[in-house]
Design a protein around this ligand. Structure first.
Ligand code: UT7
Length: 334
């Protein structure tokens, strides 16, 4: 059995900075509420016409990750693309990325696990390397969420949270001690609707939305039962992290850097406290980017690496929880 290692990291966020004060011009909210309840100070949103889409931002992040890995698109055997906000209803954004850079006709797999998308994508790529089927896989998380948000006061509980951005990593067959030690993945579909965007879908296709357009129907915007999701998140995050650590006979004290999905700063602080971890053991950048769903872990990992907070040999743990519900963790010897 082969092992896989992370050989390159990259990220891209749109230029436009959206402050909490700007949001208070669109809806009844304020900087203090958003900071206190979520930790978010600003987020990046695409601007119509700036050329940024889920796939083009992924391409920008991927180029950086490839360069840092010392590889070209020709070296990549597969794309695994996590997003909840694909460019199109279909096909997925993976094939669009395949077309944007100079890849061969390699497989492109789209992962639809929302906030846990990157944890699932990394676990999936790891399996293809472990079996020996592929040597270099590009794993991407990219989201353009802002155009789909309800910016009226009705949507304030969810719309102030989300940001746009992309992160990518190259996963390669390991030549040394670096490896993905384990992946643990879970789902609980009975709570599918608690954090969801139900339409359009097969029951309400886009054509029906147009024909029966009702300005008071908000089912085509994201919905979140905030308190309910929060309560599950603070249970599932530590559970998934401990499951991974226990499988490797490790403890929270062994973690050099925990990179949680950036859902809410309060959730990350709760997890840190529950696991008895120090500030320097946890990566938080939600303050500047908001919750970028499948992109949040690769963006945070890239920033941590750029800041020198991830070094060769470090024990890195990623964990996510979100819509589905889905959750999981990856335990990584970097
Ligand atoms: O990434 C995937 C997973 N996602 C998560 O894990 C997110 C989990 N949930 C959360 O992070 C939090 O539940 C939120 C940040 C979404 C909401 O925070 P909360 O502390 O749970 O607030 P709440 O929903 O209980 O609302 C408290 C009050 C309400 O007013 P009343 O009923 O007490 O008068 C809301 O209407 O705050 C009000 N409120 C707001 N006020 C100003 C809700 N959103 C806003 C807002 N600005 N943006």
């Amino acid at each position: 059995m082969y092992k896989s290692e992370i050989t390159g990291l990259g990220m891209y966020v749109p230029e436009r900075i959206v402050t909490n004060d700007e949001l208070s011009q669109y809806m009844d909210t304020n900087d203090q509420w958003i900071r206190e309840r979520t930790g978010i100070e600003q987020r990046r949103w695409v601007t119509p016409g700036d050329g940024n889409s889920t796939s083009t931002m992924a391409a920008k992040a991927s180029k950086i990750a490839l360069e840092r890995a010392g590889l070209t698109p020709k070296d990549i055997d597969m794309i695994v693309f996590a997003t909840l906000s694909p460019d199109y209803y279909f096909p997925g954004s993976g094939v669009l990325l395949q077309d944007l850079l100079d890849f061969d006709n390699i497989p492109a797999l789209d992962v639809r696990n929302q906030c846990s998308g990157f944890v699932y994508a990394l676990a999936t790529a790891d399996q293809f390397i472990k079996t020996g089927m592929y040597k270099n896989i590009l794993v991407v998380g990219s989201e353009v969420q802002s155009p789909g948000l309800d910016l009226s006061t009705r949507g304030r509980g969810i719309s102030v949270i989300f940001g746009d951005g992309a992160g990518a990593l190259v996963l390669s067959r390991s030549k040394g001690d670096s490896e993905i030690l384990s992946n643990h993945l879970h789902s609980q579909g009975k709570y599918a609707k608690e954090l969801s965007n139900l339409h359009p879908g097969c029951n309400v296709p886009p054509k029906k939305l147009v024909e029966d357009w009702d300005p008071n129907d908000f089912s085509y915007y994201p919905y979140m039962n905030g308190n309910f999701v929060f309560k599950h998140a603070v249970t599932r995050f530590p559970e998934a992290i401990m499951e991974g650590l226990n499988a490797n006979n490790l403890t929270p004290a062994d973690i050099d850097l925990l990179i949680p999905h950036q859902a809410n700063l309060r959730i990350s602080q709760f997890v840190q406290k529950k696991l008895g971890m120090k500030d320097e053991q946890i990566m938080n950048n939600i303050q500047r980017y908001g919750n970028t769903t499948a992109a949040s872990i690769p963006i945070a990992m890239t920033e941590a690496w750029e800041q020198g907070r991830i070094k060769k040999g470090d024990l890195i743990v990623t964990s996510a929880f979100g819509s589905g519900f889905t959750w999981g963790s990856n335990i990584i010897r970097f």
